[in-house]
Write a protein that binds this ligand. Sequence first.
Ligand code: TMP
Length: 217
Amino acid sequence: MIQRGRFITLEGSEGVGKSTNVAFVEAWLKEQGLEVVRTREPGGTPRAEAIRALLLDPSFEEPLNSDAELLLMFAARAQHLAQKIVPALERGAWVVCDRFTDATFAYQGGGRGIDSTRIATLEHFVQQGLSPDLTLLLDMSPAAAKVRLEGRLRDQQTERDRFEQEQATFFQAVRQAYLARAASDTKRFALIDAEQPLESVQAALADVLAERMALWR
Ligand code: TMP
């Protein structure tokens, strides 16, 4: 029987260095000889990416209702799970996902103020018990994350998306919600101080991965 692959997610606010570190985790696991599928949320498949574009588009004058935002996140997730994540795990591949449902609890829960029990209802409906085996939470003060985000926007000359346009209080609430979730499930979460130099962040990631792999063997 093929052993199911492991499901690893990376989380954190904008500007914490998630993209660089998702690539690092993917490369580290591949070096161990594993088949790795790297993906992201919202998105990860063509239709889910189309939902992502709608979610991030800042150009509508009409505001996006927060329940509609929540349901679109889960619609994209249902598609992503069915088309990509579950088939990969079932064939024994490891999935490394840039954000997953913890982001919904942090952004739509903490940031938008949606009650977490309503989010949990959708989580059960869509995921039917599936959840990450390990979640790497990259944590940084909102002030430091803001400096990094501004640098990235300048370098890439990109427009702010709908979330990047939010105010500091929104990102403080997102961070607090992430930290509260990490504190309530220390078995699944590993909290990484992302304010350290990149080499130290990646050394910490490699330590966590090595420790978990030894446990899962
Ligand atoms: P990113 O993938 O470039 O970080 O951007 C995705 C944005 O979507 C980011 O601002 C966080 C937000 N988001 C949510 O609000 N809820 C979610 O469930 C997910 C997956 C992302």
